[in-house]
Design a protein around this ligand. Structure first.
Ligand SMILES: Nc1ncnc2c1ncn2[C@@H]1O[C@H](COP(=O)(O)OP(=O)(O)OP(=O)(O)O)[C@@H](O)[C@H]1O
Ligand SMILES: [Mg+2]
Length: 137
């Protein structure tokens, strides 16, 4: 196996592992349950991984501070269409548009790589963060 292939494999494993570790620690600390619906496999570009971890941290910080949720569901998939990330909670949600430095920073991370991100609150039902990054190369 060439060095390049091994390095790429290591990185993609690291993203899935990093996500799992981060979510497990966060859940233990906050007492909010985490359901992992999907984790990315191989071939995730390193730049995608960095953005996913940064956005996840802010999304979870918002769940902890604002949502009063009992469960948060997380899915990160990577395939022909690119990368898709969803963080969904069953908390209080909110009315209207999310405005703040956290949401602005999450959007900027995805825009920088040509993608898009939305934060949708449904009052009384929860909040969903959805981001998409177009496939690279
Ligand atoms: N998971 C969530 N549940 C309920 N409300 C949320 C959630 N995520 C975001 N919000 C609402 O959207 C607003 C904007 O979020 P944003 O992260 O931009 O700002 P913030 O968390 O208030 O402050 P900071 O700039 O420190 O992140 C929040 O103040 C909150 O009202
Ligand atoms: Mg915030």
């Amino acid at each position: 196996m060439s060095e390049e292939v091994r390095v790429r494999d290591d990185r993609s494993r690291t993203l899935a592992q990093a996500l799992e570790e981060h979510l497990t620690e966060w859940s233990e600390r906050t007492g909010i349950a985490v359901e992992i619906w999907a984790l990315p496999g191989r071939d995730v570009p390193a730049a995608f991984g960095e953005v996913v971890l940064a956005v996840l941290a802010e999304a979870l910080s918002n769940v902890e501070r604002h949502s009063r949720a009992r469960v948060v569901s997380v899915a990160v998939t990577h395939g022909h269409g690119g990368l898709r990330m969803t963080v969904s909670d069953d908390g209080v949600g909110f009315f209207g548009e999310a405005r703040g430095r956290g949401v602005t920073a999450m959007r900027a991370h995805f825009h920088r790589l040509g993608g898009s991100l939305g934060v949708n609150g449904s009052p009384g039902e929860g909040t969903t963060v959805t981001g998409v990054l177009p496939r690279r190369g």
